[in-house]
Ligand binder design. Structure first.
Ligand code: C2E
Ligand code: CA
Ligand code: CA
Length: 627
């Protein structure tokens, strides 16, 4: 412990030296104990006075003049070897006196304990405290002093000084920790911001997600003015995912998101709601403007994109609803209505934008009613099958009949299969209906001399577990040869899982079942990519036959379909033949089989039976000049 002593009398220095001469362990221990008693703490020996190594050793520096002492303090501070205690004489001619010395020392070192050593009171303690305070660091010893008094004071003050320093160090560490804590808090806040970002953004596109979209919608709903909510959905996204892989799917989503962001009306919001679904929120002047804006967005999405090196034809559909100030502006309801419009867009041929109107909401209610009614239709005996003949071109021999389902409801009268089949397809009802249709169709074969029955299977039916086993089992139970059943399926059924479909079709055909691809030409497949499927017949969609006599294009398409089908050894059945002129055109084109109102409408069972037995259909010849 460093002690500074300043006194102008050499004799005094001798006294100090005697006082601070090294003491034995026991003595030092006794001093520590005294200090502990004096200041009521346990520093120093911690109550074990006989431990010599804990004894305080004093390192004294002596000066005769105040200025030298001040200079000493200065050096000590600079060298980080501070003094614990300074013993200062009051009168030290010719230099500065004790009071001034104390003042200057205090100015340099705020921790040092100052002991004023004085023969008589030149200054009152208050006066010295005033210039060299604080009072609890200024002490007085009267001259002449006792050795013990000096050592005792030095020991006690030294220990206190050390305790103070430890305390200050602790405080400083504490304040460093506080700073650290503040930094951590700041970091935490930053992380929270990040978490909020993550919670509100879609990681794939960095666009706002459903949560953020709902929030933005909620905010916008509270503001005045008309705005629009659009729902965008990619067409056939699943196909890209399934055929090119998920990475390609992700890439496509990102590309589309960028297109949406570039084409949404300025100031608008694009959010990814999930999967291949996006939400738009933008200001609009009115319904027409909103619909047009969405049409533009959809149009922009209809591009060929390079996705992981593959050319992908992108396409999207949109549904949009606007909310004026008097309208329902509930975010959930707006999204629901935009979704209804989107469904409508998808139903009516994809790649378009639809504006919501109330009838769509009505549509949903009707669907519910149909679903309920349909689930009871079999039990209520409301279903029936009708049969439409398929004839060979040239002879018009009836080679088979297509079974078509009819539903005659008690409440609403007849409902078209074009309406209820898609609804059944969306629920599990299609299986129940399909079972019934197949059973009836196989039963009716008994009444015909040899024709086949052509049964429609929806994609969902075709994809059911063990479709082959199901068909085989039903035919065996009905005692029907496979050649007498034609299975009609659409492209959608086979392309969603092409490999599995190819396998299923192959096995069915191996067993002798006939397989016809229905509605050919309306989907996205070409003859090129159907060649790997085991098929017997292509049914050319009614829309081409309908257009044949009017547009050269349709006629050309029909001709090339027939031509290519022949090269694949496929029978071609032309659907929806209504006129003799079409019959002629189809003969020229080379279609081998025909079906349509020109020959017969779908017939009830007794009429179909008569026709089956008659074997040929007689129709009026063409009136045109083709021949
Ligand atoms: P589809 O398989 O394309 O059936 C042909 C549709 O065209 C039938 O309509 C038929 O009545 C109609 N049609 C036939 N010839 C002509 C014609 O010359 N002109 C016009 N304009 N139409 C003609 P339908 O019976 O209303 O059936 C509609 C659709 O419902 C069917 O289209 C088929 O996809 C589905 N469907 C009908 N019955 C069943 C069934 O039992 N199961 C399944 N899964 N779907 C069925
Ligand atoms: Ca059909
Ligand atoms: Ca068809």
């Amino acid at each position: 412990m460093r002690i500074l002593i300043v006194d102008d009398e050499p004799a005094m220095h001798d006294s100090y030296r005697r006082s601070f001469a090294p003491v034995g362990g026991a003595e030092a221990g006794a001093l520590s104990a005294m200090a502990a008693e004096l200041f009521g703490d346990e520093v120093g020996n911690g109550g074990e006075p006989d431990r010599a190594d804990d004894a305080i050793t004093f390192d004294c520096v002596h000066h005769m003049q105040g200025a030298d002492a001040v200079a000493e303090i200065e050096r000590a501070q600079a060298g980080d070897q501070p003094f614990a205690v300074a013993f200062i004489d009051v009168r030290m001619p010719p230099g500065i006196d004790g009071k001034e010395t104390a003042r200057r020392i205090r100015a340099l070192d705020r921790d040092i304990n100052i002991v004023i050593v004085t023969g008589y009171s030149d200054f009152s303690p208050v006066e010295i405290s005033k210039v060299a305070g604080p009072a609890d660091k200024i002490f007085y010893i009267a001259k002449p002093f006792e050795v013990a008094e000096i050592v005792q004071t030095a020991t006690a003050l030294g220990q206190r000084w050390e305790a103070d320093r430890a305390l200050r160090a602790a405080r400083e560490q504490l304040s460093r920790q506080v700073i650290q804590l503040e930094e951590q808090a700041a970091e935490l806040a930053a992380n929270e911001m990040k978490a909020i970002h993550v919670a509100n953004h879609d990681s794939l596109t960095e666009a706002p997600n459903r949560l953020a979209f709902l929030r933005a919608l909620g905010e916008r709903s509270k503001q005045p003015g008309r705005f629009a909510v659009g729902m965008i959905d990619l067409d056939r996204f699943k196909l890209v995912n399934d055929t090119l892989g998920h990475l390609a799917g992700d890439e496509l989503i990102r590309e589309i998101c960028a297109i949406l962001q570039a084409t949404v009306p300025s100031g608008g919001l694009v959010a990814r709601l999930g999967g291949d679904e996006f939400g738009l929120l933008f200001e609009t002047a009115g319904e027409q403007a909103a619909e047009m804006a969405c049409a533009r967005v959809v149009h922009a999405c209809s591009v060929e994109l390079k996705v992981l090196g593959h050319a992908v034809q992108a396409a999207a559909s949109a549904g949009v609803v606007t909310a004026g100030e008097a309208d329902n502006r509930d975010p959930i309801d707006l999204i629901r209505r935009a979704d209804l419009a989107l469904n409508d867009a998808k139903r009516h041929g994809r790649g378009v934008a639809r504006l919501f109107d109330e009838s769509m909401d009505e549509g949903v209610r009707v669907r519910r009613r149909i679903e309920t009614g349909l689930s009871q239709a079999i039990a209520r005996d409301e279903l029936a099958l009708v049969y439409q003949p398929i004839v060979a071109h040239g002879t018009f021999e009836v080679v088979g009949f297509e079974a078509l389902l009819r539903w005659n409801t008690r409440e609403y009268g007849p409902i078209s299969p074009a309406t209820f089949i898609p609804i059944a397809e969306e629920s599990n009802l299609i299986h129940e209906l399909g079972d019934w249709v197949l059973e009836q169709s196989l039963k009716v074969l008994d009444t015909w001399p040899g024709q086949y029955v052509s049964v429609n299977f929806s994609p969902r039916q075709f994809r059911r577990h063990n479709f082959v086993g199901y068909i085989v089992e039903r035919c065996q139970r009905a005692g029907v040869a496979p050649q007498r059943l034609q299975i009609e399926i659409t492209e959608t059924a086979i392309f969603d899982d092409a490999d599995r479909a190819a396998e299923t079709l192959y096995r069915l055909r191996q067993m002798g079942f006939r397989i016809a691809l229905d509605d050919f030409g309306t989907g996205y497949s070409s003859l090129y990519n159907i060649r790997k499927f085991a098929l017997d017949a292509l049914k050319i969609d009614r829309s081409f036959i309908d257009g044949m006599s009017r547009e050269r294009e349709s006629a050309a398409i029909v001709r090339s379909i027939v031509h290519l089908a022949q090269s694949l050894n496929l029978t071609v059945i032309a659907e929806g033949v209504e006129t003799a002129a079409q019959v002629d055109l189809l003969r020229v084109a080379g279609a081998s089989h025909l079906q349509g109102y020109h020959f017969a409408k779908p017939l009830a069972e007794p009429l179909a039976r008569d026709m089956a037995h008659a074997r040929f259909i007689e129709v009026e010849p063409a009136t045109g000049t083709l021949g």
